[in-house]
Design a protein around this ligand. Structure first.
Ligand SMILES: Cc1cc2nc3c(=O)[nH]c(=O)nc-3n(C[C@H](O)[C@H](O)[C@H](O)COP(=O)(O)O)c2cc1C
Length: 316
C-alpha cells in the first residue's frame, strides 16, 4: 500500500490543541484547526487568534475558515498569512443551522457561483504562498447530489485539494457516508481527493483506500478516545497487522491528554471539557459508565487523574 497521508478532521469542540498534539504523538500527518469564522477573524482578531493558536510541532497545520462573503474570506485569508499556517481550508460542509443560516458551510453547496467566487477570492489573497482546499458534502439532499460538478468547479476556480464527506446536509451525521461518491470524485478530479467519513479502524481505512483510491484519509469521530488509530492505520497499511493498544498505553494517553489540556486552558475549563473527551477512552470497557459518572462530578484535574489511574489499574 502507498504511504497515504492521514488527517485529523476538524471537530469543533473536540480537536483543540491538546487533542491535536496527542494525535501528532500518534503519527497523524496533518492537523486542521477547529473552524474559524472569517467575520470573527476580521472583527475581533485577537480573540480568534487565541482560538486557533498552533505550535510548530503541529505542522503541517491547516486553518479552516467559514463564511459566505468572498471579500471577507479573502481578507481573513490575507490576515492568516501573517500567522504562517501551512494551508487554508474552506468549510463548505457544516450542516449546523447557525452556520447555514448565514449562507456559510454546506449552504454553499446550494450556491455554487458564490462558492466559486469564494475560492477565487481566497486563492488570489493567498497569492500562491500556501495551498487552498475545500471540504464539502455530497449535496444538500438525496435529490441534489452535486458533489462531482461542485468539486470540479472548485478545482477549476483554484482549489488545490478537495476533501469530501459523502453525506448530504439533510443527513447531518446519520446513516453511513457513501464512499462511492469519493471514488467518483477521485476519478473525475485532477487535484488530490481526501476521503472522509466513517473510518473507525485500520480495516476501514484500508477499505476506503481500496474502494475509492483516494489520495488521503481524514478521520474525525473514529479518533476520539483513540488517538493511536493513526499509528495503527499506518502499521496496518504497511504490514497487514497492527498492535492493539495496551491498558498501560490507554492510561498514559488519557493522562497525557489531560496534561496537554492543562498546558493550554484553565483548570476549571479543562475539568468541564474533559468530561466529554475522556468518556471516549472508556467506551465499552467494564465499569466505564460508572467511571464516566464519577468523572462528571470531579472538581479538579488531580481527582480525575486518580480515578483514571484506579480504573485502568484495576483493568490490568
Ligand atoms: C462534533 C463535530 C464537530 C465538527 N466540526 C467540524 C468543523 O469544525 N469543520 C468541519 O469541516 N467539519 C466538522 N465536522 C465534520 C467532521 O470534520 C467530519 O467531516 C465528519 O464527522 C465525518 O467524518 P468522521 O466519520 O471521520 O467523523 C464536525 C463533526 C462533528 C461530529
Amino acid at each position: 500500500m502507498p504511504d497515504i497521508p492521514l488527517y485529523l478532521a476538524p471537530l469543533a469542540g473536540y480537536t483543540d490543541q491538546a487533542f491535536r498534539i496527542l494525535c501528532k504523538d500518534w503519527a497523524v500527518d496533518y492537523l486542521v484547526s477547529e473552524m474559524v469564522s472569517a467575520d470573527g477573524l476580521i472583527r475581533d482578531s485577537r480573540k480568534t487568534i487565541e482560538f486557533m493558536r498552533f505550535t510548530d510541532y503541529e505542522r503541517p497545520f491547516v486553518v479552516q475558515l467559514f463564511g459566505s462573503e468572498p471579500s471577507v474570506l479573502a481578507k481573513a485569508a490575507e490576515f492568516l498569512l501573517e500567522m504562517n499556517p501551512d494551508w487554508v481550508d474552506i468549510n463548505m460542509g457544516c450542516p449546523v443551522k447557525k452556520v447555514i443560516k448565514r449562507g456559510a458551510g454546506s449552504a454553499l453547496m446550494k450556491d455554487p457561483p458564490r462558492a466559486e467566487a469564494i475560492v477565487r477570492a481566497v486563492k488570489d489573497a493567498l497569492a500562491g504562498n500556501i495551498p487552498l482546499s475545500v471540504k464539502f458534502r455530497s449535496g444538500w439532499d438525496s435529490a441534489s447530489l452535486n458533489y462531482r460538478d461542485y468539486g470540479l468547479r472548485m478545482q477549476d476556480a483554484g482549489a488545490d485539494l478537495l476533501c469530501l464527506h459523502p453525506r448530504t446536509t439533510k443527513q447531518m451525521f446519520s446513516g453511513l457516508s457513501n464512499w462511492d461518491h469519493i471514488g467518483a470524485l477521485k476519478q473525475a478530479a485532477t487535484v488530490p481527493v481526501i476521503g472522509n467519513g466513517d473510518v473507525i479502524s485500520p480495516e476501514s481505512a484500508k477499505k476506503m483506500l481500496e474502494e475509492t483510491h483516494c489520495d488521503g484519509i481524514m478521520i474525525g469521530r473514529g479518533a476520539l478516545g483513540k488517538p493511536w488509530l493513526f499509528k495503527q492505520i499506518k502499521e496496518y497499511l504497511e504490514t497487514g497487522n497492527y498492535h492493539p493498544i495496551t491498558k498501560d498505553q490507554l492510561l498514559t494517553t488519557s493522562l497525557k491528554h489531560l496534561d496537554y489540556a492543562l498546558n493550554s486552558k484553565r483548570e476549571d475549563v479543562v475539568v468541564r471539557e474533559m468530561r466529554s473527551q475522556l468518556c471516549h477512552y472508556t467506551k465499552g470497557l467494564p465499569g466505564g459508565a460508572e467511571l464516566r459518572n464519577t468523572i462528571n462530578h470531579c472538581q479538579s484535574a488531580i481527582e480525575i487523574k486518580q480515578h483514571l489511574s484506579n480504573f485502568f489499574g484495576n483493568l490490568l
